[in-house]
Ligand binder design. Sequence first.
Ligand code: UT7
Length: 328
Amino acid sequence: MIRAAITAVGGYVPENIVTNFDLEKIIETTDEWITTRTGIKQRHLENNPDKATSDMCVEAVKLLCQKRGISPEEIDLLICGTITPDMVFPATANVICAKLGAKNAWGYDLGAACSGFIYSLVTGSQFIETGRYKKVVVVGADMMSRIIDYTDRATCVIFGDGAGAVLLEPTTEEVGIMDFVLHADGNGATHLHMKAGGSAKPASAETVQNKQHYVYQEGQPVFKHAVYNMSEVSARIMERNKLKSENIQWLAAHQANKRIIDATAERMGIGKDKVMMNIERYGNTTAGTIPLLLWDYEKQLKKGDTIIISAFGGGFTWGSIYLKWAYN
Ligand code: UT7
């Protein structure tokens, strides 16, 4: 049986750091509130107006190619999970490939908000498992600062900018993507969406005036659904693969709020030392969080390590992946 294994990881965050103390100067908030409610201390926000999501992705994919010793021309397919594409069209995946010189790759964007990376990883893995492709790049990236209202204290403190990428290659060893559970419930859109800029409400002077091109989030209902669903799906993937907490080396959970991650780990019965965490440095980078975790923790991962990846986000979309790490 051919499985899809992650064989390299790359990541990128913009240089500019905005701390909670910096935010205290522009909105009515405190470092104490943000830290205790979310676990976030700072976020990286792109302050160069000439840069876009694709530029972060290019850096992440370049790094990944260098680490694996491959040329971008060897990439067969590139999938980009994002809700902050450079433009409505063409796909950011196409822009990334052009900037990289990945001229033998085709690609597309996948919009599943905070679950964008896990949806894309599962989708990309199918092209490997069929034997059709040898090198699939999966990117998760969002430049959230471009769709956040920095006068809205309930949302602007949470989000950050960042991109991560992984390379998928075929293996016949007992490593790679072992199982996945994915879900969606479009009724969740009421609580988390962007009101304008799509075909339902095209951009106009009025939509701009009404700040409808920013993220609209009702924090509490999203929080409740996130805690329930991310915990439930993580516990379920363990059960159906007969995994006990002692069989799991790592939880890589979407970094939206430290309290949601802690609740998920508790439901899975795993200790804090097994929970990957970088929310304090990056905030919620939407589709970027999980590949950025893998990038940050790569040196600590060993071949054969069992990793449960879990995410929840806009849509609603959510799910878990059971992954066995493929290299030292
Ligand atoms: O990744 C995509 C999915 N998104 C998520 O998973 C986010 C899920 N939601 C959350 O993480 C949390 O709901 C938030 C972090 C967004 C908010 O935390 P909360 O504990 O749910 O706070 P809240 O919205 O219930 O607000 C509590 C209070 C309110 O004041 P009153 O009405 O009690 O006087 C807010 O106005 O905190 C106030 N507040 C703030 N205070 C200081 C809201 N934002 C801030 C702020 N600083 N930045």
